[in-house]
Write a protein that binds this ligand. Structure first.
Ligand SMILES: Cc1cc2nc3c(=O)[nH]c(=O)nc-3n(C[C@H](O)[C@H](O)[C@H](O)COP(=O)(O)OP(=O)(O)OC[C@H]3O[C@@H](n4cnc5c(N)ncnc54)[C@H](O)[C@@H]3O)c2cc1C
Length: 311
């Protein structure tokens, strides 16, 4: 069975999520091609050719794809998909925006957010905010899958290099046009792949307090900062901090939840964390049912104490 992986990148490096998608595909495919679409991406293609599990790299390099829009990528991928039995992307914003469009163009079903591979047609995926795992079978001629990056190890580099092939670009569909990109610059690790995450809830009370309490602890632990949806909705933290069912799904070694209630939708995004630490002044807070270590205390005092102890 041959599988096409759609690479996600920033024109400099392949995202770790793509490495996880390769690991997932490798579990049910005889060959795995990596498709890199972008502009001036020859160095990126060489990176891809060194990834364990990749049989061949296919590159579409054109100025049109310097800032590609999903409306242009989808027909391009739909055109190539018939050469494959499966097309896989990571279940990131990029993949979630792209693959349903490909599925619609091909008039095929897709399976989203796959967390386990049973065989080439059968997969596990969470339902009801992660409370149940569904085993689903997809008999489509071409399987279209988004896979949850935290459920699969990132494939490593290897010494051997796979062949690189160039494919032709396709004229823009003219449906959407890139105008500008606004990127929040941060020296912190990326939330979805961070080894440690420190998250705050609505209990922080303001954006200033959120920064004052959460940031120093995150700095000490070289952690990414996260937030509950309630904290984001209240304007205490930016959107990209949101962890959970409708935010980023994380699986760090250590997740510290500060003043977080532990609502189902938040837990859906953290329950694969190796160790969960919760600080909450309510001993009955739901988060304690998930925490490996729980501290029933006022967060404003205990986070300071924790920081001092770390010093
Ligand atoms: C469709 C849908 C999708 C959703 N998706 C998400 C999602 O992706 N992510 C997400 O997080 N939520 C999501 N939610 C919202 C979710 O249901 C909760 O409302 C939210 O997670 C609660 O956030 P919170 O824990 O910060 O706030 P609260 O529920 O207000 O909890 C605050 C907690 O802080 C504790 N506390 C208060 N003061 C202190 C103090 N001084 N010291 C210590 N502890 C203190 C309280 O005891 C309480 O447990 C979603 C909801 C819906 C309906």
């Amino acid at each position: 069975m041959s599988t096409l992986i759609i690479a996600e990148h920033d024109h400099q490096t392949l995202r770790a999520a793509t490495r996880s998608a390769i690991t997932a595909a490798d579990q049910f495919s005889e060959s795995v091609d990596l498709l890199i679409i972008g502009h001036n991406v020859s160095a990126l293609a060489e990176q891809g050719a060194r990834l364990n599990g990749v049989t061949r790299v296919r590159v579409i390099d054109d100025a049109l794809y310097a800032n590609p829009v999903a409306e242009d990528l989808a027909p391009l991928i739909a055109g190539i998909a018939s050469e494959y039995r499966a097309v896989v992307t990571a279940a990131t914003s990029f993949g979630k925006n792209l693959l349903p469009r490909v599925a619609a163009l091909l008039d095929l079903d897709m399976v989203s957010d796959v967390t386990g591979i049973i065989d080439a047609s059968t997969y596990l995926r969470p339902i009801y905010a992660g409370n149940l795992n569904a085993k689903v079978r997809n008999d489509s001629a071409i399987k279209l899958l988004t896979v949850r990056p935290t459920a699969f190890e990132a494939t490593p580099d290897r010494d051997t290099v796979s062949p690189i092939e160039t494919l032709a670009a396709q004229a823009s569909a003219g449906l959407a046009r890139w105008i500008s990109t606004e990127i929040q610059k941060s020296d912190r690790p990326e939330l979805s792949t961070a080894r440690v995450v420190v998250s705050g809830g609505r209990s922080l009370g303001s954006a200033e307090k959120f920064q004052e309490v959460i940031a120093p602890l995150a700095n000490k632990l070289n952690a990414a900062m996260g937030a509950t949806r309630a904290a984001v909705d209240a304007g205490f933290a930016p959107n990209e901090f949101q962890v959970g069912q409708t935010g980023t799904v994380v699986a760090p070694e250590l997740y510290i939840a500060v003043g977080v209630s532990g609502a189902t939708q938040h837990i859906a995004g953290i329950k694969d964390s190796r160790v969960i630490v919760a600080i909450n002044h309510d001993p009955d807070a739901l988060i304690f049912q998930w925490a490996d270590y729980g501290l029933v205390a006022d967060l404003f005092e205990s986070v300071k104490e924790l920081e001092q102890a770390l010093n």
